[in-house]
Design a protein around this ligand. Structure first.
Ligand code: ZN
Length: 353
């Protein structure tokens, strides 16, 4: 069988580069917000030192007057401004992924199928503008992206407030307050990056599937494709290479980088559809499944890599024959997100054995 000619590595690199550019853009916006917050904390520190010098310092100094409510309101306002600025950046990135999906799908459904027999008809149906429009990510009130972004400053505000209450009881100064705010800010950035990657990859996958459906004469199904590596989760490694009907949605986990690849009809099947019997001709077959699935890749790795992917407890249970790798794939219907997949915990995986 001939090797697949699809430049999958180049497609993956394009997705990774887009992902990195998006993360960098968000990081820049986030720095602006956190610079302002650290500036406010530095001011507070200077005032506390001044109070100590003039003898005005007491254990409750930080909590007297409007000092902390003002700081809290400032943190929330800066993060709200960040979320506001991040919205269009994420929506634009998602839009760019739709175009990328079309380019990649076009390849898979045309020359990616291998050399065509003479006089073969190749057609590619682009996505209808209305279908394309439906896939664009909206920031309007009530949309998932809007909701997730709006929740960022609210959630951070609640966490900072909790940290401050704890400080109040301890009588800590601004330096300790700053130390407690830092992880809250780090958590907010991490959530923003998760939202960005999940939103843009979802746009890419949905567009890919819509294009496969629009070319259902060539695309017969879709195949889960991951990029096996030490940072790939076992869920995605086990899903890699699995074949799904065209009408099935791609159900994965947040931050997932996997994508659907079309399972294409061979040229021989194509000709049969057109009424020609090609059995006498040597028509190339297109390799549908990856040469090595993610699960096979995992089995070929060193124990160190396997342990770092599974974590020590699951690795030990797998080695002891207490769990099967496939039992780590969890599926559920979520009221908000529809079908989702996740990695099962050890107890659930043991129950499935
Ligand atoms: Zn994945």
């Amino acid at each position: 069988m001939p090797k697949p000619v699809a430049p999958e590595a180049a497609f993956r690199a394009a997705l990774l580069a887009a992902d990195a550019a998006l993360a960098l853009a968000l990081l820049g916006l986030f720095r602006k917000a956190t610079d302002d917050i650290s500036g406010a904390l530095d001011d507070l520190q200077r005032q506390a030192e001044e109070a100590a010098r003039t003898g005005a310092w007491t254990a409750g100094w930080l909590y007297a007057g409007e000092r902390l409510p003002r700081l809290l309101a400032g943190v929330q306002a800066r993060l709200a401004a960040f979320a506001e600025a991040a919205g269009p950046v994420i929506a634009d990135a998602a839009h760019a992924r739709l175009r990328l999906a079309e380019t990649h799908a076009r390849f898979y459904l045309t020359e990616g199928r291998g050399p065509a027999p003479p006089n073969a008809l190749t057609t590619f149906n682009r996505l209808h503008p209305v279908a394309f429009q439906k896939l664009t990510v909206s920031l309007a009130p009530g949309t998932p992206l809007r909701g997730m972004l709006d929740a960022l400053p609210e959630d951070a505000g609640a966490r900072v407030r909790a940290a401050l209450l704890q400080n109040n009881a301890l009588g800590n100064g601004p330096a300790q307050v700053a130390r407690q705010i830092a992880p809250v800010l780090g958590g907010t950035l991490s959530r923003a990056l998760t939202i960005a990657r999940t939103t843009s990859m979802t746009a890419y996958r949905e567009a890919s599937l819509e294009i496969y459906r629009a070319n259902a004469d060539v695309a017969q199904a879709w195949c889960w494709t991951c990029d096996p590596g030490p940072n790939t989760c076992i869920l995605c490694l086990m899903m890699d290479g699995t074949v799904h009907p065209l009408d099935e949605e791609f159900a994965s986990h947040p931050r997932c980088r996997c994508s659907p690849r079309p399972v294409t009809a061979t040229w021989a099947e194509d000709r049969l559809l057109l009424g020609f019997d090609m059995s006498d001709f040597d028509v190339p077959d297109v390799v549908v499944k990856p040469a090595q699935t993610g699960g096979e890749w995992f089995l070929s790795q060193s124990e160190d890599v396997q342990k770092s992917i599974l974590g020590p407890a699951k690795f030990a249970a797998w080695k002891a024959g207490e769990i099967a790798l496939a039992s780590l794939v969890g599926e559920a219907d979520d009221p908000k997100w529809g079908r989702v997949r996740f990695e099962n915990n050890l107890a659930t995986a043991k129950g499935k054995k």
